[in-house]
Design a protein around this ligand. Structure first.
Ligand code: BJ8
Length: 422
């Protein structure tokens, strides 16, 4: 089922306008994903998730909501989804990766801000994203200026709470973050009308740890040379991680991993050797932003790692499950989250070290740092990353782009020139 106008009507969407959109997604999808050669069979689950992105999963969430499960939307991997799951709620990522909603946003927001913020905001004001429509409330954060100021406006359309994320990692910042996590837990409990005790939090941590672990397993299999799965497919799975049901998602990722292990054993690869291996770092690529990966892989290279929040920053760290009481659980949860090396922090040198760790592990031969336009923190951090790469003799290129197709030709030329150096 790719269309469900009744459901969309019930969600208060602009049905007339929205009805044309799933077809567009299917068209682009065929060209970008289904045309790839030698894909793993178990990708079919993830293809179905996209085919039914505006029906199947939305229907499932809508039904769960009717059955009393509140739905919380987020925009940052700092918002602890373990605590939402612990309280019996559903947590979904709402970041926008589409050009189609930007014009809606620009009627209200300034044009010169990050396309991810504009895309997400535009989806809500245009009533053209069923995920935005199904959430009971959204939880924003104080990471970058564009996001934190947009939450003040977004609150006019959907109840928007904000948690304060410190911008440094000193002891006092960690204490502040622990207090914020406790406030978040209390807010989620109010919304869900539950009290999340030790066992509930333990279950929430186990569920999300298992999801992150499955992604870790997948990423290390994809590092095999030659890679058994394309970078585009990996990115797609990393994007689906933000809206699928976590237990089923982890199981499907493991099924794919089993297939990849077999492929590695049989020497089946998605690209012949030698194919240039590229690691992408930088700003997150929210669904359906496949622009850079598609350009890189169409140019004859393969993407072997995403050092990004829709990538390793989301799953590289798990929460220690051996806590003895609730206080310790929250401390350990806080510790895990404080390891996320977002460029909104200063200093953020841990990220540089992490980039090299992943570069080594993935067997990459060059780094393309991806910065969304007007994302000052990642764009400026690219200076240090470039210096560090040059010092190590690692081929490095940084690009700044948005969601429009206008610069695709220019990017393609730059990527091709970069690949020639490898
Ligand atoms: S922890 S990276 S998910 S804030 S790209 S909207 S920063 S102007 S997304 Fe992020 Fe959390 Fe950090 Fe990760 Fe602003 Fe930059 Fe846009 Fe960004």
């Amino acid at each position: 089922v790719h269309s469900d106008p009744e459901l969309w009507e019930e969600l208060g969407m602009d049905v007339a306008r929205f009805s044309g959109m799933p077809a567009m997604l299917t068209g682009a999808y065929k060209n970008i994903f289904l045309s790839q050669h030698n894909r793993p069979e178990k990708m079919s689950y993830f293809d179905d998730m996209v085919a039914n992105i505006h029906t199947g999963r939305i229907r499932e969430i809508h039904d769960a909501k009717k059955g009393g499960k509140p739905v919380i939307g987020t925009f940052c991997v700092y918002v602890p989804e373990e605590l939402v799951v612990a309280a019996g709620g559903i947590c979904i990522g709402l970041c926008g990766g589409a050009q189609g909603s930007i014009a809606d946003a620009e009627k209200i927001l300034p044009r010169n801000i990050c396309p991810m913020v504009k895309s997400a905001f535009g989806f809500k004001v245009g009533k053209i994203c069923p995920y935005f429509q199904v959430v009971d409330l959204v939880y924003g954060e104080t990471t970058c200026d564009a996001k934190k100021k947009t939450w003040e406006l977004l609150d006019r359309y959907v109840p928007t709470h904000v948690m304060e994320i410190p911008q440094m990692k000193r002891e006092r910042d960690k204490r502040l973050w622990l207090d914020e996590v406790k406030d978040f837990k209390a807010a989620v409990e109010r919304i869900t009308d539950t009290v999340t005790d030790f066992d509930a939090v333990a279950a929430g941590i186990r569920t999300i740890n298992a999801k992150r672990f499955a992604l870790q397993r997948l990423n290390s299999l994809r590092h095999h040379n030659p890679s058994p799965i394309s970078g585009k497919d990996m990115l797609l799975i990393e994007q689906i991680a933000f809206y699928d049901e976590p237990v089923r998602f982890a199981q499907k990722v493991h099924e794919l991993c089993d297939e990849l292990e077999q492929r590695i054993g049989l020497g089946v690869a998605v690209a012949p050797t030698p194919t240039p291996r590229i690691m992408v770092s930088g700003t997150p690529m929210a669904l359906p932003n496949w622009k850079l990966h598609h350009i890189i892989e169409s140019a004859g290279a393969i993407v072997v790692n995403e050092e990004s929040c829709i990538g390793t920053r989301y799953y590289k760290d798990l929460i220690d499950e051996g806590s003895k009481d609730l206080e310790q659980q929250l401390e350990r949860l806080t510790e895990r989250y404080m390891k996320i090396d977002c460029s909104c922090f200063t200093p953020n040198d841990d990220r540089i070290a992490q980039v090299f760790k992943e570069y080594e592990a993935s067997g990459a031969e060059g780094i393309i740092d991806y910065c969304l336009q007007f994302c000052h923190t990642y764009n400026i951090e690219a200076v240090k990353l470039r210096e560090a790469c040059e010092a190590r003799g690692i081929p490095f290129m940084s690009i700044e782009t948005d969601y429009s197709p206008d610069d695709a030709g220019q990017l393609q030329t730059r990527v091709e020139a970069f690949l020639e150096q490898i």
